[in-house]
Design a protein around this ligand. Structure first.
Ligand code: COI
Length: 361
């Protein structure tokens, strides 16, 4: 079915029913949705079918749909940017679609035809181009999602799926914007073990994380930093993003060992850092090493990277009730450099020498 050309129907919203655009300078994250969405269905007999760009709206789903009971769900997050001359731009969309298929494999779900879906995505973004915010740093966040829809309660892979793409104009993910956030190092709960689903982008990983998030927020922290599930020693990732440390002259990030999300922003920062001549290493980093580096003045910066979070400097870590203040709680030089470099690339203000941009329209 992957080779069959996808037939996509276009069913536009009447002009009189278009939504009012939200205040660009007060978008928040993921609370407003555009006029249209894309959806298609899968079953064994027809493969992907009923593909349509249609008005944004509710689905009718059987209460026995397997996603509601066993959580067979995967998703992605990417953004559209308003480039010069109002040109809509997508950043590394093929990588998101490929990662969706990697998640699909792990969750026993059907793969999507990435070439066809990229075409659909471009058509959808073009149709909704007026929704791409103009305000500095604001973007159109895109959420491709797949859920198991077969009504059945026996535990096995679903035989029916729904794939959809919704889009939301967003500002900064954190209320702090690019200002440093305070992070709680989680030492009660764990996120993933090797062999589990930690590297898949599946809702269950996020559902399992919210208890820790709520407890961290109750203590005044914005997010949690996960440690490995076996030794509770090695750093994994932040609740929403990957993490980088600048210790001495080395930029370090934990390796992709099956338990953390293979972030596209993580990969972009590694590429940029190497190209700019920085020493970058993907290796295990223990919380003890971070504390020791902080104590002896070698810890220069910590920042996290993700599609939603972009580059988010970390001003404080709290581990076992001990606060570690990083760079006097200020945004560091390298976090600022990568934030600017990345945004210049994403908005097409810099030569696209890595071929990361896809122009729409
Ligand atoms: C993203 O960065 O795109 C994510 O999916 C993280 C989510 C917590 C917003």
């Amino acid at each position: 079915m992957l080779n069959k050309e996808l037939e996509v129907t276009l069913n536009k919203v009447e002009n009189s029913r278009r939504k009012e655009k939200p205040d660009q300078n007060n978008l928040g994250f993921g609370t407003h949705f555009t006029d249209h969405m894309f959806s298609m269905r899968w079953n064994r007999e027809k493969g992907w079918h009923n593909a349509e760009i249609c008005p944004y709206g509710d689905f009718t789903i059987d209460p026995a749909a397997m996603v509601f009971h066993y959580g067979q769900e995967i998703f992605e997050g990417l953004k559209a940017y308003r480039g010069a001359g109002n040109q809509p731009l997508l950043f590394r969309p093929e990588d998101n679609l490929k990662r969706l298929n990697d998640s699909a494999l792990r969750l026993c779900m059907p793969r999507i035809p990435t070439g066809e879906i990229l075409k659909v995505l471009k058509a959808l973004v073009y149709l909704e181009r007026d929704w791409i915010p103009e305000a500095e740093g604001a973007t159109l966040y895109i959420r491709p999602t797949m859920i198991a829809t077969e009504p059945a309660l026996g535990l096995r892979p679903s035989e029916e799926y729904l794939f959809f793409i919704i889009m939301s104009p967003v500002g900064a993910y954190y209320a702090e914007g690019f200002n440093p956030v305070r992070i709680h190092v989680e030492n009660t709960y764990v996120r993933a073990v090797r062999g589990g689903v930690g590297e898949a982008k599946t809702g269950g990983n996020y559902a399992a994380s919210v208890r820790a998030l709520v407890e961290a927020q109750e203590k005044g922290y914005t997010q949690v930093l996960w440690l490995d599930a076996i030794e509770r020693k090695y750093i994994e990732e932040v609740g929403t993003s990957n993490i980088f440390f600048v210790i001495g002259d080395e930029i370090i990030t934990p390796p992709l060992g099956g338990t953390i999300l293979p972030g596209i922003t993580r990969d972009s920062v590694l590429t940029l850092a190497r190209d700019l001549g920085h020493k970058t290493t993907e290796r295990p980093v223990s919380i003890d090493e971070v504390i020791e580096a902080a104590d002896n003045g070698e810890l220069k910066e910590i920042f996290s990277t993700g599609t939603a979070a972009v580059i988010s400097p970390i001003g404080e870590l709290c581990y076992n009730d001990k606060a570690i203040v990083i760079n006097n709680g200020k945004s560091g030089e390298l976090a600022t450099l990568f934030f600017n470099e990345l945004q210049d690339l994403q908005w097409g203000r810099k030569e696209d020498k890595y071929n990361w941009l896809v122009r729409v329209g």
